[in-house]
Structure formats: structure tokens, C-alpha cells
Design a protein around this ligand. Sequence first.
Ligand code: NDP
Ligand code: OXD
Length: 311
Amino acid sequence: MPINVQFAAGPKLWPDYEAPLRAAFAEMGLNAAMAEEMAPETVDYIVFAPGGTITDFSPYTRCKAVLNLWAGVERIVTNPTLTQPLCRMVDPALTEGMVEYVTGHVLRHHLGLDRHILHQDGVWRHHLIPPIARERPVTILGLGALGAACGQALAALNFPVTGWSRTPKEVAGLRCLSGMDRLEAALEGAQIVVLLLPLTAETTDLLNARRIARMARGSFVINPGRGPLIDDGALIEALDAGQIAHATLDVFRTEPLPPDHPFWAHPHVTVTPHIAADTRAASAARVVAENIRRGEAGEPFLHLVDRARGY
Ligand code: NDP
Ligand code: OXD
């Protein structure tokens, strides 16, 4: 009997994923039948993405796991019909993409590249020498798959990096702090703050006016995590007051960001359209296949989401 895999991540992704998934199943010796539509009671695994084709998981009585193609799970984890194990995506290519996005935007702000790229006015400002990386403290909020990789890449460039997580962590080369009671210490004096937290009840509006005030004056915010991690009003006030010099935002409370949203026109905000790091079909297909192999072998799933924690 084949293993029945329903691809419920939406018709737009099917052409990208069908061949890589079939190849990964074959590579792992899995006899899998895959389709976009299947009788729910016959399905063994669901491949899912936000905006996908299933909203009610209750008829999927035989399903052993829902395998999300996204790293973030806030749009599925609270679905009351979902009783099956839920796995999130940890894709090596997505991680590489995030490291490149974060490093690129950190270096842009650190080196003050905008001054030279956007203002070529014939004036030779030789005095605008940026500090070196070791003089520019960076704080990464979230030390998971993405935060730890970004933190280590920045530490390798000599930035003094503080990472902050819910539970205590040790990441080589980083100063690691944990717990709400250490959040303000993690932000104290930071010149660049990168948000790579999941969106949960605890992390909503986490970066608020009081916490922004702990950062160094004229600092930078980079948010590829989720929009609601930041109190938007507090951020705009801090930008207008010069407490934050610039914010690079990839994620928003409403996506696509509405054309009349003040972020678009703000001179000190860079909007990127949720492109910091996409899941890549070739490598993600192997992660999905490995989890199905594990499920069939009775081994624990990788990247299992803790429902109570919300990530
Ligand atoms: P992980 O689950 O691997 O890591 C999450 C980190 O956040 C962990 O270190 C965790 O702490 C920490 N954390 C969670 N809740 C709290 C809290 N209440 N207080 C302090 N720390 C907390 O996630 P990833 O690194 O894979 O991804 C992070 C997020 O990045 C995703 O959830 C998604 O929102 C976003 N993302 C954005 C993309 C984009 O293109 N813009 C692409 C992919 C992801 P602990 O280690 O103790 O559990
Ligand atoms: C994700 C994302 O969570 O793309 O994977 O934001």
C-alpha cells in the first residue's frame, strides 16, 4: 500500500514542489502517492502552507502529521480542528537566505551605505568613516534555527552579538541571555536589533516604547520575524524622534502592506515584501521526505511544534 500524501499547500506551489517531492520520496525509498486532492480518511501526511487548501483537519482521521512548508506556524497552530502532530520547516537553504538578508541589511546600516549610494552630490565627505564592527553591538531577539545562524555570521564579522531566547541557550561566539526578565538587558545599548522570534501571545508587541528606549540612540531595527512583534506606533514615534535611525521591515501586521500605510512613505523605513528568506523546494522536499520516513519508521518527527508554546 502506498503512503498517501496530500499536497495542500495551494495550487501555486504545486508546480514548484511536485517534482522535488517525488524525487525526495524516491531517494528515501518511500512508496508514496501524492496528489492535491485525496479522500481525507485515506491521507497519511499533509504537506501544508498558509493559504493552503485545508481549513478543517478533522476528517483526516488517519493523518500522522501535518508538514508545514513555512518556518512560522502562527496561521495554523491555533486551528482548533488540528489534532495531528504539526512540524514546521527548518530548511537549510531558507536559513542561508536569512543569514544573507540579515547580514546584508546589518552591513548596509553599519557602513552607512545609503549616504554614499543615495546622495552623490559632488561633496567629498572624507570624515564619514564608520566605526568597525567590533564597536557596533548587535542584539538578535530569537536564538532558534534562524537567529543563531544569523548571530554566528555577524559574530564572525566581529560584531559583538547578544542573543535572547525564552530558555537558556549556549551559542558559540554569542553572549546569550534568556527570559522576559533579561529582555531589557539584552536590548541595553544595542545599536542594531534583529527580530527573529515566532509570533505568539508572549511575543506580540514585544518591542514597545519602553524597550526601544533601552537601545542606543540612533540605532537600527531589522525585522524579518513577524510584523506584530513590534508596536508600530511606538516604532514610528521612535523614528520621528531619532531614537531609531532606520528600520528595515520585511513583515507586517497586514500583508501585503496597504499602499497608504505610513511605513511606505517614511524616509527612515525600508519595506521589503516578505522576501527575507523563502523556503526552497529542492531542499525543503528532502526535509518533508525525511519526516515521512521517520513517521513510517516510528521515529520522532523533526521540528515538531509545541502547541502550548505556539511555536
Ligand atoms: P525557532 O522556533 O527555531 O526559534 C525561535 C526562537 O525564538 C527560539 O530561540 C525561542 O526560544 C525564541 N522565543 C520564542 N518565544 C520566545 C519568548 N516568549 N521569549 C524569548 N524568546 C522566545 O524559529 P526560527 O528561527 O526557525 O524562525 C523564527 C521566525 O522567523 C519564524 O517563526 C517566522 O516568524 C520568521 N521567519 C520569517 C521569514 C521571512 O522570510 N521573513 C522566513 C522564515 C521565518 P527557545 O530557544 O528558548 O525556544
Ligand atoms: C516562513 C516565512 O515562516 O516565510 O517560512 O515567513
